[in-house]
Write a protein that binds this ligand. Structure first.
Ligand code: ZN
Length: 355
């Protein structure tokens, strides 16, 4: 991956944009889209659209959500401590003891999530699992009045943990779920802009996936695609303590390529086309079984109007919903290529009626 592209990825990761507050990441994503797309726009829900080959047929939509999990300030107490509620699915054990960045109208305010020291806890308290409602944020305020000069009720916050590179092309970031997908769909669109696709392509960075696929619902209705492919992250099984899961889940490893989902949420012919393309182009890939509606934008896409040809391609990820979400750079490149090469093959005559 070249330096400029890697910087775009880092800028996406470092944007503070939990569900409902996607403006900073949208600015980064759209600026990049404007360098090559035919049109770039944002709808009233906040989904951003980059269109390639307008007027082409059929209409293909890529979805990658650009929101992330975070918190929201819900109460400021008289001592100036902030109390928070979750935006998305948190493991409260992960949030404790972390530095945070609060996005306010006046700029970023720094804080920490506090906890009673281990020495001061009773044996019962030590065994107890914390809840989000037990967590508070300390911004160094003297009292409520002082805190209110810095933050407001409803301000969003995220863990202060940015883009980091490790050995062997392994990269770490707070929001690879799903800035990885938002990145990949734009890279696939960029590649398609240089190919000769028959289809009209809409790369859509969706909002509010983490609180119920909400952006994909409105975006898919608006775009009205014939075919929709969601790109998200999925659990890799290549780290310690996954033994129980390994009995029922396929082995998924970082660096072994995109994970193509198969099951009722996926159009069988689109699945076959993705696998055939991966083989023909020598793109490494992995397969996972998805026995129900997935918890991804692919679910909202498939159920739009009278049904949409849906696919789901995922990037393997370790430590989901933590500040240390870990992926492999090569998987991003392989996923973008798989999307571009697959869509290049689709013509108005490609039949996706499953049987
Ligand atoms: Zn998630």
């Amino acid at each position: 991956m070249n330096k400029k592209t890697k910087q775009f990825l880092a800028d996406l990761i470092n944007s503070i944009s939990p569900s409902g507050y996607e403006a900073p990441v949208a600015k980064v994503w759209k600026a990049e889209a404007e360098t090559f797309a035919d049109t770039v726009s944002t709808d009233t829900h906040g989904n951003s659209h980059a269109v390639i080959n307008p007027g082409g047929s059929p209409r293909v939509m890529f979805a990658g959500h650009y929101d992330e999990i975070g918190f929201q300030i819900s109460y400021i107490d008289e001592k100036g401590f902030l109390w928070i509620q979750a935006l998305g699915g948190w493991d409260p054990q992960i949030a404790q003891g972390q530095r945070v960045q609060i996005s306010t109208k006046k700029g970023i305010i720094k804080g920490v999530i506090g906890k009673v020291a281990i020495h001061m806890q009773t044996p019962e308290q030590r065994k107890k699992v914390s809840q989000i409602k037990d967590l508070w944020v300390d911004i160094g305020a003297k009292d409520r009045k002082d805190a209110e000069k810095m933050v407001e009720i409803g301000d969003p916050l995220v863990i202060d943990s940015g883009f980091m590179e490790m050995a062997n092309d392994i990269i770490v970031g707070r929001a690879f779920d799903d800035r990885a997908g938002a990145f990949v769909i734009l890279e696939a669109a960029r590649q398609l802009s240089k190919l000769n696709p028959k289809a009209e392509i809409h790369a859509v960075a969706t909002v509010q996936e983490e609180i119920g696929l909400r952006g994909a619902i409105t975006a898919t209705y608006g775009v009205d695609p014939d075919i929709g492919i969601a790109v998200d992250v999925t659990f890799s099984t290549d780290h310690p303590n996954m033994a129980d899961m390994m009995k029922c889940e396929n082995k998924i490893e970082l660096g072994k390529g995109p994970v193509i989902a198969r099951g009722p949420n996926i159009n069988a012919k689109l699945f076959d086309l993705l696998v055939k393309t991966a083989k023909a182009e020598k793109i490494p890939y992995q397969i996972s079984a998805a026995p129900r509606g997935t918890g991804t934008d692919a679910n909202a896409i498939q159920l739009n109007r009278s049904g949409v040809v849906a696919g789901l391609v995922s990037i393997p990820l370790r430590y989901m919903h933590s500040p240390c979400e870990t992926i492999h750079l090569k998987d991003l490149e392989a996923t973008a290529k798989l999307l571009a090469k697959t869509v290049e093959k689709i013509t108005p005559r490609t039949n996706f009626v499953p049987f």
